[in-house]
Design a protein around this ligand. Structure first.
Ligand code: BES
Ligand code: ZN
Ligand code: ZN
Length: 504
């Protein structure tokens, strides 16, 4: 989609649809809607006065301008109550309006974000509106062979801003939003792809292609290289599969040489059958999304290089399938991790923490300033926090606060769970140093405590995205399916850390 920001009056714009907003409870149109209304001899006020449009959140109404202005129609979008309006609502409003316009088959839109007096800065509003529209319009269509499922994409979005002093900032924000949304699309595409087309080696090839396009440094370790490093936990999980495991490493060298990087680690299980501790077949198909953490870190570092962030970032993705088979690892097996710690495998379905253990040890070679790992790690996290919240655990208060701030800014919500030391008992093993499961109760925390053993004293945060990685229902600007969760959160975290705002 072409996105532009331009000066001038919305009413003069020659376009098939103009998009404006209206707050619930307002008797008269405000901002851009008021100016349009004047030029169209009260068409919008008539609609409001007649009670046909109340401005309720996510509703909208189409008005034909009948030659009063160059544009053929106006789409007036409900913003809900003004006192409840915020960036998250704007993302949703923008998405819902864009979806409606696509359904109407209209390819070119001009919009104003002048809603009258609001608390939002124009830069933030532009970013939220553009992200909302793009994220809400996402569709995964590579496997659809009929035109029906592909038609009607919006090709042009013009944001019209009549205050010249706001145009520069708005342009930068729109650009940032587009870059970040493209990264989210990238993650959603990787996660949505079926596991037969997203094996560890294909995922590594995709990461290599992204690196070649963007200028990231790319390295991939095959099983022989992992063996040399002693990554027996990752290799143990991989043994049941005919597909070779990969360890994917991407680097963005945007900071000064020798400044410690932020290392992002993402779980890359391209299919999780559970292994010998096999999962029930119902919904097992959803486990193609068990590499959503890996996809998020690949996409976030792509955003970091595309935004030219002035800091050093490394993304690490341990990638393998988890399958049963004649050579598969088994309950009771003991694996010696790269760190030297031994792990008793109580359940082969708790494979994520095993591959992350070796990836975290590998990450420490970079002497990171911080490690953030992200993983579809535990069903227990969905039980604790539901489908939409990510669980957050970590060892560093400042880092947790930075992640929470990025979470609040992006609407990718996280909730902290405690790494309570008394639960360390639960992962003690009779035969090895630790075991890979604790009790059913508190399963997210014991998984976090397991990872903590490998993060050691490096400032570290763990995000469990088992709930929000794959949505069963549409959200206002996240269509059902792969959400791309973590991409906006991690990118915002990196932007904040490099003191880059969305409209510098
Ligand atoms: N990939 C799953 C976790 C998961 C569950 C992600 C539901 C998304 C939705 C993970 O590998 C797993 O199977 N974890 C086990 C751990 C248990 C055996 C301790 C689980 O949550 O049941
Ligand atoms: Zn599993
Ligand atoms: Zn898993």
């Amino acid at each position: 989609m072409n996105i532009t920001v331009t000066g001038g009056a919305l009413a003069d714009f020659d376009c098939s649809v103009l998009l404006v907003g209206h707050f619930e409870g307002n008797k008269i149109p405000e901002g851009a809607a008021r100016l349009l209304d004047k030029r169209c001899s009260g068409l919008i006020s008539e609609l409001i006065d007649g009670g046909d449009f109340e401005g309720k959140l996510y509703t909208s109404s189409v008005v034909y301008t009948r030659g009063s202005i160059p544009a053929k129609r106006i789409l007036i979008a409900g913003l809900g109550r003004k006192e409840e309006f915020d960036l998250e609502r704007l993302r949703g409003v923008s998405s819902k309006a864009a979806q409606k316009i696509r359904d109407l088959g209209i390819p070119r839109v001009a919009a104003s974000l002048d809603f009258g007096e609001t608390e939002l800065s124009m830069g933030d509003a532009v970013r939220a509106a553009v992200e909302g529209a793009l994220l809400g319009l996402y569709r995964f269509t590579p496997y659809k062979t009929t035109e029906e499922d592909r038609k009607g994409d919006i090709t042009d979005l013009t944001i019209v801003e009549d205050r010249p002093e706001l145009i520069e900032d708005s342009k930068k924000s729109a650009q940032t939003a587009q870059t970040i949304s493209q990264a989210v699309y990238c993650a959603r595409d990787l996660v949505s792809a079926p596991s037969n087309d997203m094996t560890p080696s294909i995922l590594a090839d995709k990461a290599g292609a992204i690196a070649a396009e963007t200028g990231l440094t790319f390295e991939v370790l095959d099983e022989a290289a992992m063996e040399k490093l002693g990554m027996n936990a990752l290799l143990g999980v991989a043994r049941g599969s005919a597909e070779e495991a990969r360890l994917i490493v991407l680097e963005h060298k945007g900071g000064k040489k020798d400044t410690p990087p932020v290392v992002l680690v993402g779980k890359g299980i391209t299919f999780d059958s559970g292994g010998i501790s096999i999962k029930p077949s119902d919904k097992m198909d959803e486990m193609k999304s068990d590499m959503a953490g890996g996809a998020a870190v690949i996409a976030a570092i792509k955003a970091a290089v595309d935004l030219k962030l002035p800091l050093n970032v490394v993304a690490i993705v341990p990638a393998t399938e988890n399958l049963p088979g004649g050579r598969a690892y088994k309950p009771g097996d003991v694996l010696k991790t790269m760190s030297g710690l031994t792990v008793e495998v109580k359940n082969t379905d708790a494979e994520g923490r095993l591959i992350l253990a070796d990836a975290l040890t590998f990450a420490k070679k970079y002497h990171p300033a911080a490690i953030v790992d992200i993983a579809t790690l535990t069903g227990a996290c969905v039980v604790a926090l539901g489908d939409y919240l990510a669980g957050m655990m970590g060892t560093d208060t400042g880092l947790k606060e930075a992640i929470s701030a990025a979470s609040a800014a992006t609407g990718e919500m996280v909730w902290e769970l405690p790494l309570w030391h008394e639960y360390e008992e639960l992962i003690k093993s009779d035969v090895a140093d630790i075991k890979n499961v604790g009790t059913r109760a508190g399963g997210t925390i014991t998984a976090g405590l397991f990872l903590k053993r490998f993060a050691g004293d490096c400032p570290w945060v763990h995000l469990d995205i088992a709930g929000p990685a794959l949505l069963a229902k549409d959200k206002p600007y996240i269509p059902k399916g792969a959400s791309g969760i973590g991409v906006r959160l991690l990118t915002q975290f990196l932007m904040d850390r490099s003191h880059v705002s969305s409209h510098p």
